[in-house]
Design a protein around this ligand. Structure first.
Ligand SMILES: NC(=O)c1ccc[n+]([C@@H]2O[C@H](COP(=O)([O-])OP(=O)(O)OC[C@H]3O[C@@H](n4cnc5c(N)ncnc54)[C@H](O)[C@@H]3O)[C@@H](O)[C@H]2O)c1
Length: 448
């Protein structure tokens, strides 16, 4: 039978699960207003630069936003240009040279979904050609990319949104609101991870059978990267090499940073240290497959990050925010809060003392804390907020992007936010490569 105390405790622990409705994606935007209704002839005409896995995925999502039309696609592999026509029709203009797209007047905005080493140049060229830009994460490949992209956005006045979709997620918006309302007290730590245990998870993407210097525009793919002979592996599995990708930090930590910065409002860490190694995927790559990193935030919390591509289990991704009165966890399409208010009385440890001493301490204690907590230990609480089935933060992010393209109001994730997230992530590589603690000024976005 449940006595009163047990009942109250059980009731306090009961799961309160609240569904977050999908139409809330509109409310997730922090600054831009919802897109105005679109007239039939009032399309935003877009082009895709980099039609690989993410570029094709992004475009499919972008085209779900009312009033968006795809006009052109640029890519360095012929098979992806041909598949773009299969997906979106023979009328779609395709080219290996994105400058042909930028020269067209009928294109309002571009999606940049190239490998990381092309993000800066493709975004800047696009803005200078008068196009608005949705640039995939990580915004930068080199630290010098950040100020150049920020400056290009300011001087052209074009819309530039970075593609960390969590910034538009209803789940992260709810987490932000919960933290600000004091749901877990004062934040002191964030622990986040992204573990995988598969070949594809470790970036072993399939190389098409026709990959060759004829079907792949290798010089264009290389861009500013060191000139080496054609390599199908490096072309299709570029994340494994620093020349094009940014390691697990640029690929995955950056999502954990954008989530942490959005939820906490922090601009970035001041100090970072990383370790790890290449433990399993020894296939010629020059970046680690296990990385652990620690960061100090001036707001008074620490961030601990982990990526493990050999995790011995299923893929898992999550963030836990630890506060003085509880924890908040983001995982899947849900955010939950476990709350344990701080005790009102400190308690005592007296059994090893003499009986007389125990008696005296007890009497003093009772005087200082006269009423024991009326319900026994503090009540625990648990709340969970789940996004409705099928909810997509990528859709919300594109919805917000196109709302800004129409309204010319600030985007939800601008270049400063994108640089702060990617700049913080790349501190891990810097620390790992130098075997040293590294410092960063998050306000000025500079290595110290
Ligand atoms: N937001 C997310 O959740 C998310 C998820 C996956 C990837 N991404 C990002 O998207 C970007 C692309 O990743 P991916 O997995 O699609 O890679 P991918 O290799 O599948 O596709 C990249 C494509 O870019 C093309 N390309 C290279 N240089 C080019 C150039 N100069 N002009 C035009 N096309 C060029 C390549 O031919 C290739 O088809 C990366 O920066 C990655 O970090 C973001």
């Amino acid at each position: 039978m449940l006595d009163r105390r047990t009942f109250l405790k059980t009731a306090g622990l009961a799961t309160a699960e609240t569904l977050i409705a999908p139409n809330l994606h509109v409310l997730a935007q922090t600054q831009a207003e919802p897109a105005s209704p679109v007239a039939a002839n009032d399309h935003i005409q877009i082009a895709l630069i980099g039609a690989g896995g993410q570029g094709q995925g992004d475009t499919k999502v972008a085209l779900q936003v009312p009033g968006v039309k795809l006009v052109a696609v640029a890519d360095c592999y012929q098979g992806r240009l041909d598949h773009s026509k299969e997906l979106w029709g023979a009328d779609v203009f395709t080219t290996r040279d994105y400058r042909e797209i930028l020269a067209r007047e009928d294109i309002d905005a571009v999606i940049v979904a190239t490998p990381d080493h092309w993000h800066k140049q493709a975004s800047i060229d696009s803005m200078r050609a008068g196009k608005d830009v949705y640039c995939e994460k990580p915004m930068i490949h080199l630290y010098s990319d950040g100020p150049e992209m920020i400056e290009a956005q300011r001087s052209t006045g074009k819309i530039l949104q970075i593609g960390s979709q969590r910034v538009s997620s209803v789940i992260y918006a709810k987490a932000k609101e919960l933290l600000a309302s004091g749901a877990i007290g004062k934040l002191n730590m964030v622990t986040a991870w992204w573990d995988r245990n598969s070949a594809i998870g470790a970036w072993d993407y399939t190389i098409p059978l026709d990959a060759s210097p004829e079907t792949c525009d290798w010089p264009r793919f290389l861009g500013t990267a060191p000139k080496i002979p054609f390599s199908a592996e490096q072309f299709f599995q570029w994340r494994k090499w620093k020349a094009y990708g940014s390691g697990v930090a640029g690929d995955l930590f950056v999502h954990l940073f954008s989530g942490t910065h959005f939820v906490t409002g922090a601009h970035g860490p001041t100090r970072a240290m990383a370790t790890g190694g290449l433990r399993y995927w020894k296939d010629g790559r020059n970046v680690p497959d296990v990385m652990l990193a620690l960061f100090d935030y001036p707001e008074g919390f620490n961030l601990s990050l982990r990526v493990n591509f050999v995790d011995g289990g299923a893929e898992s991704e999550g963030l836990i925010f630890t506060g003085s009165e509880g924890t908040m966890e983001i995982g899947g399409n849900a955010v939950s809060v476990s709350r344990v208010p701080r005790e009102k009385a400190p308690g005592y440890t007296i059994t090893t003392f003499t009986k007389a001493m125990q008696q005296r301490i007890l009497e003093e204690y009772r005087q200082k804390y006269p009423t024991p907590h009326p319900l026994g230990p503090p009540l625990a609480g648990f709340e969970k907020y789940v996004a409705e089935h099928g909810y997509s933060d990528s859709y919300s992010h594109f919805y917000n992007f196109f709302a800004s393209v129409r309204s010319r109001k600030p985007v939800v994730e601008d270049a400063v936010f994108g640089f702060r997230a990617a700049g913080a992530a790349l501190l891990s590589n810097r620390s790992y490569d130098r075997d040293a603690i590294v410092h960063w000024n998050p306000q000025q976005m500079k290595i110290v």
